[in-house]
Design a protein around this ligand. Structure first.
Ligand SMILES: Cc1cc2nc3c(=O)[nH]c(=O)nc-3n(C[C@H](O)[C@H](O)[C@H](O)COP(=O)(O)OP(=O)(O)OC[C@H]3O[C@@H](n4cnc5c(N)ncnc54)[C@H](O)[C@@H]3O)c2cc1C
Length: 399
């Protein structure tokens, strides 16, 4: 696993510093494996020394009392919390849900960058109850990672250990109420929600050009042209890692620039958004204008994950004429001479230097290495420390 330089808050929400889906905080996180002295969250596969009977964290030891459903075996790998990547095959039981549960599912086709190794398991729940029961009955030691439509992800070439959850049908309803509230399932696409809302005279136009899902938009506090999810969210429904359904307010989510705080391993299933009113024709015209502006300035038809690095504080895009570009990430990258720079199959876009592209069969390792090279050169050139906006998850191929 590689170390991550993201801020602590980001590391806490990006499982194991973006290196894998191993939770930072979990039952047994404070325990250590006596033989290899690594922090252990579940079971240490980094050494094969015999473990005392009280070695396993209580939660992992507990019998699956409530799971009366049929189970299927998991052949996956868990590693020490500190990142020791040595692993052994192990067998665990997974609940059998009504939705689709697929073993060794390659994730490259599910990400915009078209990179990423397999998930041990990909779970596509049938509906909210299916998701809640599955998480309730899933061994707490097994890591869970929720993904949206992969428009802000680099999944590393070695894939993701544990269960990846991807919502689909059953989570994409969009409903409107008289008080100008839009309720959207987490799997609904941002663009679709924006268009449907505009038909009703409701202004969620800022979502029109963001290619993700509502779940990803809440998680990332997605925004553009001066509006953010935080400006509209009334509350979000989540299913926690233990299968509880909770409603979180913006205060609970602690929105900040391109981030929010969620309980580890939880899945957003629905969001209620408040929208202003305007004439449908005007809203649709505004969205057309935004699409044209995007196409003019960004490589919208190439494989990317949008902006690679966060703009330094105070320099996010407002879309206004007085928008200042002096310290935008693209400007720093351009100034360091990296517009169009290539490494393997990865490239910084010629059109928008903060867009990292899969230009020619890049691996996740190519993309991440180019991103790190950019950070090094920008630091040397301007003294600015660029922070990744793209979420990096999973294991590198060498682990
Ligand atoms: C061409 C392009 C342009 C873009 N422009 C913008 C822009 O203008 N503004 C902007 O903010 N972003 C932009 N992005 C980035 C991206 O679209 C957003 O971050 C989006 O909100 C990610 O949503 P997603 O469904 O793809 O999430 P993913 O990329 O799949 O996941 C992103 C994060 O959200 C979490 N997540 C996703 N769904 C859930 C869920 N249901 N429950 C819990 N956690 C979840 C994942 O764990 C991960 O941490 C752009 C991307 C591209 C490719």
């Amino acid at each position: 696993m590689r170390s991550d330089d993201a801020p602590v808050a980001e590391r806490a929400r990006t499982p194991a510093g973006g290196a894998s889906v191993t939770p930072d905080v979990s039952p047994g996180a404070s325990r250590q494996c006596t033989p290899c002295v690594q922090p252990v969250y579940a079971l240490c596969t980094g050494c094969e020394a015999p473990k005392p009977s009280n070695y396993w964290p209580a939660a992992a030891r507990a019998p699956q009392r409530r799971n009366t459903r049929r189970t299927v075996p998991l052949r996956g790998m868990l590693t020490c919390g500190a990142g020791l990547a040595t692993s052994i095959a192990m067998t665990r039981s997974l609940p059998t849900p009504r939705g689709a549960l697929t073993a060794d599912r390659p994730l490259d086709s599910l990400t915009w960058l078209r990179v990423g190794g397999p998930a041990d398991w990909l779970f596509q729940p049938a509906d909210q109850d299916d998701l809640a029961l599955f998480l309730r009955d899933l061994n707490p030691a097994i890591p869970v990672f929720a993904m949206g439509v992969g428009s802000n992800l680099i999944v590393r070439d070695g894939g993701i250990r544990g269960v990846v959850i991807r919502l689909g049908r059953g989570f994409n309803a969009i409903e409107f109420s008289d008080d100008d509230v839009v309720t959207a399932g987490a799997a609904a696409l941002d663009a679709h929600v924006a268009r449907k809302a505009a038909d009703q005279g409701l202004d969620l136009t800022f979502l029109r050009t963001i290619p993700g899902s509502i779940g990803g938009a809440v998680r990332m506090n997605a925004g553009c042209y001066g509006s953010y999810m935080a400006d509209h969210l009334i509350d979000a429904t989540i299913v926690t890692r233990s299968g509880e359904t909770l409603t979180l307010t913006p205060d609970d989510l602690q929105f900040a620039y391109r981030q929010s705080e969620l309980p580890e391993g939880s899945v957003i299933t629905r969001a209620r958004l408040r929208a202003g009113r305007d004439a449908p024709a005007d809203l649709h015209a505004r969205m057309e204008d935004q699409l044209a502006r995007r196409d003019a300035s960004q490589p919208t038809r190439e494989r990317s994950a949008g902006s690679t690095f966060r703009n330094p504080a105070g320099f996010s895009s407002t879309g206004r004429d007085d928008d200042t570009h002096d310290l935008k990430a693209w400007k720093l990258i351009d100034a360091a001479g990296l517009r169009g720079h290539r490494l393997g199959g990865a490239q910084m876009s010629e059109k928008h230097p903060n867009f990292l592209l899969n230009a020619d069969n890049a691996t996740a390792a190519d993309l991440e290495a180019l991103g790190e090279l950019v950070r090094d050169r920008v630091r040397a050139d301007s003294g600015h420390e660029l922070q990744w906006e793209v979420i990096r998850v999973g294991m590198s191929a060498s682990n």
